[in-house]
Unconditional design. Sequence first.
Length: 202
Amino acid sequence: MSLRRHHPVSLIRIVNDPSYTHRFWTIELAIQLQHLVIHQEHVPVPPRHNDQWRVAMSRVQWEVRVENGRYVKVENQTGNYWLWSPHGQVNMHMPERFGFVQFSQDPVNSTKFLEDPSWTARYVLGELYYAQRNYFEANGKRYAASVADLDTLPLYVKQGLCIDVPRIVLDSVAGSYVASVSIETEEKTAFIRQDRYFWIEP
């Protein structure tokens, strides 16, 4: 990804000076949007009014100690992860849990957020993907043919409490699967496969 620096980090004094407490710091980056939609030719750039993208932003805060007038990172720690949208796990590779960015031409603070009618389907199929991955590792590299076999799948998914119970179609030759749920409000069907690729069809 090519980044064009818009402004450097802004600080009152030099970095890593324990004798001085900074009141704040800022950084701004200008990112070329076309680099964020590689292999997504159907996504318009620049975004249109009310288009929504899923975006994750994270900052890791490490514990430090002062040695000889300098900050030193404390070893054998996991760090504190700050995210603008919680993932529920220390894992930045969960796109179905990314936050929403909605582009708008409306005046600032006047935009109405648009609910994604497919969100429930996306979330439920994401839960199924992780449950299938766990099953695959625990059962000789094969996938389950039914949600009833997925021990780590939440009960509300198995019982269809949010949306209808996911359907699974196995391809035993290819060693793959496709799972689907119906989005009744949209009269569409959402799908996910073993590589987490998600799509919607009429």
